[in-house]
Design a protein around this ligand. Sequence first.
Ligand SMILES: [Zn+2]
Length: 486
Amino acid sequence: MTKRVFIAALGTETNQFVPFPTGLRGYQEHGIWRGDATRHEPTNFTAPLHVWRKAIEARGWTAIEGLATFAAPSGTTVRAVYEGFRDEILDGIEAALPLDGVLINVHGAMVADGYDDCEGDLLSRVRAIVGPGVAIGAEFDLHCHLSALMLDSADVLIGYKEYPHTDTMERAAELFAIVADTIEGKVRPVMARHDCRMIAQYRTSVPPISELVTRMKSLEGKDGILSVSLSHGFAFADVEDVGTRTLVVADRDRAKAQALAEQLGRELWDNRERYATKYLTIAEGMERAASHNQGPLVLADRADNPGSGAPGDSTFLLQALVEREIGPALFGVMWDPMAFRVAEEAGEGARLRMRLGGKSGEVSGNPVDLDVTVKKIARGVRQPYGPVMVPLGDMALLSSKHVDVAICTLRTQTFHADAFKAVGADPADYRVVVVKSAQHFYNGFVGVAKEILYVASPGAADPDVTRWPYTKRKTPFWPKVADPWA
Ligand SMILES: [Zn+2]
């Protein structure tokens, strides 16, 4: 008899330190598909569903597609919005019974009002409906709070290995393969996780931590090890499971999974100083920029990365560039729909004094007032992020004495140099380019940048995790404590 597999997606990355919640509009802006995501162009978050449907149908099985929606990273999701989407997925599963498998693309760091662990809540409710005999698999973003409830509820969890997340479809294919083998009784997956007692950021696209990705891959598919993930963690939330964890999926042997999870955790710990990303202060970043004279120096404004839920309108680095008169500099893409409205009204070529950024709260700093020329207005701009196109809304380029500022109306991080080119600013023409991104910009700028550096500022995604008020985490962590194992 043909096997029946239900597929769905629900998630967002919740930054609890930004001053605005994520409501229905946050999901609408990035798409809500009710059973038809795979009939549309894939997005970052629906791409796994496309992979799953193809793989299911290639076996002659039946795919039943439920809700698929993701919101851009932002503040805590409104309770009724989460519960509504969750229940829509659960109702879809109930209606689709009998099922052999359930595959869900989640984020892993979604927090809703009343729910610190949305993924654990969702997966446990799925398990309650389908019972123990149905294979449940979930793919998660490595910026995840990997909870015990997630492990207890699913058969197989697989996280992205790469940051930038270039491997979501590869991981989706692996997840399907293991879930399909589970349905056919070829394997019986068991999982174990290990708390690395670290909260840090890791850039897997470059050595030395790329070594660890290679090592994880080399362990998979032999000796009873089905899959190995490193959940980097997502630092900007006060939840019990905040922090880095290893995860191993083994065939039948939980002790083996646990031993390998601990061993990999120790390898990460031993290499923490080499693997964890180092950040410059604003002053150090400006010092480097001031002495940089060859081609663009790209500075990542890590703490205001909208991809980490930050507002995208912080001015700490803009203020520093203006004060130090470092130029020609290009800054953005900054989320400022109010400024766009003013620029649009003034029109291209207009010269005026404008108030830029700093509108979202203390985490965004103070607004910066500048004499600018409206160089260019562009509507409906999109930028590449890997194989998909990501919308920026409408954009304007505002040129001032030292710094050109690119602004947009749809809050998103800067993935690619094309975002600036859309308003006539070629990053190659500047001495310094500041991008609102933590790491996803990397592939889109590495071709043009002479050098790439990462700067920390007091924004909503400040990588200095020693300053964040974690109240729910139960074990100590590095770097707050030099040796959390003592
Ligand atoms: Zn991520």
